[in-house]
Every structure is written in C-alpha cells, then in structure tokens.
Design a protein around this ligand. Structure first.
Ligand code: DLL
Length: 433
C-alpha cells in the first residue's frame, strides 16, 4: 500500500526533473529572502542561475547547526513572520536551542509525508495509533499526530511518560500501531511484563520507531518480545521533523527518503567532498519544498549510505541505511573510532544480557578509558560469580575482536540503568570535565 502512488513511484527521470525544478526555486527563494544565504552564495561566487543540473548542488554552500544558532531565533526564516503558523525547537542541551518554523503549507506537507510513513508501515485509516512521542516543542509528537490524522487513522495522543498508565491504555484501547522511541518501547514492554500484561496477546501489530539510533539486533529483540513488526522512521527538526524517510514493511531494508521533498547527498565529513552512491558518509539534505525555513545542503551529522537499487515495495525513492551513528557521537578511543550502535549490536547478541546499557568514557592520565555498563537479565543473579566473570571476559574479548578497543565491562543488576521516556542517553563522556 502506497499513500501517494504517483509521487512515490515516479520513474527516476521524472523524479529528478521535479527535483531540479524545485531546487532552482528554493535557491531563488533563499537568495532573495535570507541574508545568511545571500552572503554565503556570494562568498562562493554562486548564484541560483548556476543550477542547471542536480549535480550543481555541490556548488552550493553547506548549512550547519551552528548557522541556525547564530541566526537565533528567526534569522533563517524565508517568509514574513505572519505566514508562520507553528514553531518547534530542539532541546538545546548543547548551546542555544535551534528554532524552526512552518507555514500552513509546510504543516500540510509534513502531515502528508507522515501519512506516507504510516502506510509504509502497513497502517491504514482502520488503525488505532498510540502516539507516545513527546508532544511540545519536540517534533515527534505533533509530527506523528498530524500524519496519523491525515491518514484517517484513530489517533491517541498519549505523549511520553506515565508509563504504567500507557500500558493500561494500550491494553484497554486496543491500539494496533505504536509510535515511540525504541528505548521507550522497551521500557513500556518491561513495565507491561511487571504488570502482568502480555504484549503478545494485544492487538498491537506494528511500531514506528525513531528519533534515536538503534540496531538491527534491537529490532529483533523488540519484534520477538512484543510479537510486532518494528519499523524505522527518520527525521530531524531542522529539516522538518519525523517523516524525512521511512522504512517500508515489504523490504524492511533501508528508509525511503521522500525525494520529491528532500534532495540527499552523502559527503565525507572530514573533507566535505561528495561521495559516490553506496558509500558511507554524512547525510546532507536540501529541502525542496519547505517555505518557512528552507535549508540548503544541511549537514545532518548522521552517518549512513544511499541505495538506489529498486525496492520490492515499488517505491522509487532512494533508501538510506540505518543510521550508524552521528559523526559527533563517534567515540574516538585511543585513536579507534567506535559508534555506540556497534557496541549495542554486540551486547544484544550476547545471551544473558538485557538491552539496557550505558557507555562511559573517561580519561585516566592521558589514556581514554571505555566502560560498558550493562544490565544482566532478570533471571541472572549477581552472586553467580563464576558465570558472570566468564560473561564479562567473553564480552570484553568480542568487543576487542570486532571493534579493536579494550572496554571495561561492568555487569549491573536489573533496573539499575535509568530508563528513558524519550531519547535514551547511551553515552556519558566524562573526558574534559
Ligand atoms: O528526533 C525527529 C524524529 C521524531 C524522528 C520522531 C523520528 C521520530 P531531533 O530531535 O531534531 O528530531 O533529532 C534528530 O535524531 O539527526 C538523528 O541523529 C536522530 N534520529 C532521528 N531518527 C533516527 C533514526 C527528531 N530512525 C536526530 N535512527 C537525527 C537513528 C535517528 N537516529
């Protein structure tokens, strides 16, 4: 099932013609209306008229998160304030918040794209959607909400938190689709188990999970424990919110980027050079239709690769692989690059461990020290010393073998690691503090 059959299955040639037309238009709009872009185009000596083919996008300047911060709050807006109908903002834990705006048409397009996502996950207007993404300045809650309504599904706006109550609502209302971060879904699952509610016996059929990195192993764990399909949705507030790309249920192999609205590129995060299709690097997105804050070559910092081969679902839009990590989350431990998701994969492949973990990086003298804290499964007791010691040793060996770093392993008791209500905090970096 495809929400916008014509647009989502456009032959590549037609899709690219549409992208080029929209790329030219967005360049003209930002050049005319956003002083930041006029300056950065001028500095590089490019003008909107230089865009003659899609490849010419590489002549354009990048936009970074810092540019949005420098122009806080409204400096990047390309429309008069009275045309903005909605504001969202990122939490701003590291510096100023980034503020984004939407015109009525932006909100409409967003709802349509999220409706496409729901249909990618096999949802229809007959479904009941339990939406546990946070409502508020965070884009997750309202983004999924408008999409579910646009689809015509029954939307249950639960938001995050009050976890015990959520479990009861899931049972009583009989939701068939759930939207949440994967880590919060695990918390819901665990709470349900404690309350004697078996997710497997509920009508819940599919989860639309995103907003944080997660691994294929985590997907398997969720699918098995809840007997649902776990699908992956991607997005970021600067570019829109959830719904930039979404995995189809037919293949569950990569997320289709809605290319009639976003132009993706993969670059080398160090040099900024564009990489050929298939290579892994930083995802860069140009918004093709956004009115309030159009962004040219926005550097997402997310590491992925693009797959242009045909997908069995029939959609022609390119697929991006599961996010490997963020280039700014990549841990450099004594010169070795490690992504938290790689550690997650190993932990979840190890019998006896739970999916709750935290990675702590510290510095002892001049050396980086990596510690992985992970909860053992409830059935295991910390007094089974021998078994635990061998588990620790094996884990340390596997991490060394696969990632090339030595990690100190600390097995901790069930429920020691803080549960997240939204995005999980997987890494605590104490270096430089
Ligand atoms: O997290 C938007 C969103 C809400 C996406 C709900 C999906 C579902 P931000 O708070 O701006 O927006 O955070 C964006 O989260 O750059 C990625 O690093 C990460 N991220 C989002 N989706 C995924 C995903 C929302 N499926 C940042 N896999 C992005 C891995 C993801 N990382």
């Amino acid at each position: 099932m495809i929400y916008d059959v014509d647009l989502e299955t456009l032959p590549r040639e037609e899709l690219e013609a549409l992208q080029l037309k929209r790329l030219k238009s967005v360049c003209e709009r930002v050049y005319a209306n956003v002083p930041f872009y006029r300056r950065s185009f001028d500095e590089l000596g490019v003008s909107p008229a230089d865009i003659r083919s899609l490849k010419d996008v590489s002549k354009l300047p990048f936009t970074k998160k810092q540019d949005l911060r420098d122009n806080y709050p409204y400096g990047m807006f390309a429309v008069p304030a009275e045309n903005v109908v909605r504001i969202h903002a990122s939490s701003g834990t590291t510096g100023k918040a980034t503020v984004v705006g939407y015109t009525q048409r932006d909100v409409d397009n967003w709802a349509t794209l999220m409706a496409r996502c729901f249909m990618c996950a096999g949802a229809t207007r007959k479904d009941l959607v339990h939406n546990a993404y946070g409502y508020g300045l965070f884009t997750g809650g309202l983004g999924a909400h408008y999409g579910a309504e646009r689809l015509g599904a029954t939307t249950i706006p639960v938001s995050g938190g009050a976890t015990k109550r959520q479990v009861q609502l899931l049972r009583d209302f009989g939701a068939t689709v759930i939207c949440s971060t994967p880590s919060y879904f695990l918390f819901l699952l665990e709470t349900a188990e404690q309350e004697g509610i078996d997710f497997k016996s509920l009508p819940l059929r599919v989860g639309i999970f995103g907003a944080e990195p997660w691994s294929d192993e985590m997907r398997r764990e969720i699918e098995e424990r809840a007997n649902i399909k776990a699908t992956n949705v991607y997005g970021l507030s600067e570019v829109m919110g959830p719904g930039v790309s979404m995995e189809c249920l037919e293949a569950q192999k990569g997320m289709h980027i809605f290319e009639d609205h976003f132009l993706p590129e993969i670059i080398d995060p160090e040099t900024g050079e564009t990489l050929p299709p298939g290579e892994t690097g930083e995802l860069v997105l140009t918004t093709l239709t956004k009115e309030a804050i159009p962004l040219i070559r926005y550097r997402t910092r997310d590491i992925t690769s693009l797959d242009y081969t045909p997908c069995r679902c029939g959609r022609t839009h390119v697929r991006m692989s599961r996010i490997k990590g963020r280039s700014d989350d990549m841990l450099i431990i004594r010169g070795v690059n490690v992504f938290p998701s790689q550690i997650e994969s190993i932990l979840l492949e190890t019998p006896g461990l739970s999916p709750h973990y935290q990675i702590i990086v510290n510095r002892e003298g001049n050396l980086d020290v990596l510690e992985v804290q992970v909860e053992v499964q409830e059935e295991m007791h910390l007094d089974e010393i021998k078994r635990l010691q061998s588990l620790e040793r094996n884990l340390q060996k596997t991490i060394k073998e696969f990632l090339g770093v030595t990690a100190k392993i600390k097995l901790v008791e069930h429920q020691t690691i803080e549960r997240s209500q939204g995005k999980a905090k997987r890494v605590v970096d104490l270096r430089g503090k």
